[in-house]
Design a protein around this ligand. Structure first.
Ligand code: OAD
Length: 268
């Protein structure tokens, strides 16, 4: 996308920034598209993340029960890919927006940890996190880091059972309570962003329309149309790495203006 195309949306950028500046609560749902500019392939694009290996083959409880070593190898490979990846301008812009907003909840379907690395604090990972090992026996979780990544199948230090990746697999329930918190954040916000998701995987895909039904101003950032596109208030058909920084910059400008007018009144 050229910056010229986004500059044709400067009114929309300002309008959204004004909404955010007045909002008491802001929520944002992200999907694989926000990490595309970090070099992580999306799930449903031509460069599909699972190219070469079918997700249904490996990311299931049945595959793990059948051959845990094969499934772990796949996750070690994915962790290895992610080690090289860094947050992009879109992730950083959302962390900056959180710092400026009164209350901000970031709901992500991504397991790549890039929002946290960018500095986002209030993050709900509805599909888990690839850096977590979770015990198949007692449920204890160990958060790995890029530094202590190893290719050895982990065993639980507490009960001795095999650990599994702490992500949601096909056919599994979402982690306890996390979706309820996401739904509450979406249903109680004034502005809701839906960024880089094809909006086809439920229940996460319901959050944008849930926010809209509860009176939020809904903004979609996605180069392609999605099933949600028809119901949003503003749609930016561009990459998140361009749109989100433009919105946070506009938000900073509004804040500066407001500060200026307050101090000018104070001086008079
Ligand atoms: P998808 O791969 O389905 O969709 C990615 C979306 O990002 C598409 O709509 C693209 O148009 C858009 N996109 C691509 N590049 C972009 C960019 N630079 N900026 C903004 N948007 C861009 O990924 P998700 O919607 O996240 O679940 O997929 C949802 C779930 O399906 C995943 O969490 C995963 C998968 O099954 C589990 O693993 C449980």
């Amino acid at each position: 996308m050229s910056s010229g195309e986004l500059s044709a949306y400067s009114d929309e950028v300002r309008r959204v920034a004004e909404r955010v500046s007045k909002a008491r609560r802001v929520a944002c749902l992200t999907g694989a598209g926000i990490s595309a500019e970090s070099g992580i392939p999306t799930f449903r694009g031509a460069q599909g993340f699972w190219a070469g290996r079918r997700a249904e083959e490996l990311a299931t409880p049945e595959a793990f029960a059948r051959d845990p070593e094969d499934v772990w190898k796949f996750y070690f490979w994915r962790r290895g890919l992610l080690r090289e990846k860094r947050p992009n301008a879109g992730h950083h812009a959302l962390a900056a927006m959180e710092a400026k907003a009164a209350e901000f909840t970031l709901i992500t379907q991504n397991v790549d940890d890039l929002h946290r690395l960018a500095g986002s604090r209030n993050v709900l990972e509805v599909h888990g996190n690839i850096w977590i090992d979770r015990c198949t026996g007692c449920g204890q979780e160990v958060r790995r880091t890029i530094e202590d990544h190893s290719d050895e199948i982990p065993w639980c230090g507490a009960c001795g059972a095999m650990m599994r990746p702490g992500v949601v697999w096909f056919g599994e329930m979402l982690p306890d309570g996390v979706f309820e918190r996401a739904q509450s954040a979406a249903g109680n916000c004034d502005v809701m962003f839906v960024v880089g998701t094809s909006s086809v995987v439920y229940p996460a895909a319901s959050l944008g329309s849930w926010a809209k039904a509860n009176g939020a101003f809904v903004v979609e950032v996605n180069p392609d149309d999605t099933p949600l596109s028809g119901v949003v208030d503003v749609r930016f058909p561009f990459a998140s790495g361009a749109v989100l920084p433009a919105i946070t910059n506009a938000l900073s400008a509004i804040r500066e203006l407001n500060r200026g007018s307050v101090s000018a009144r104070g001086a008079g």
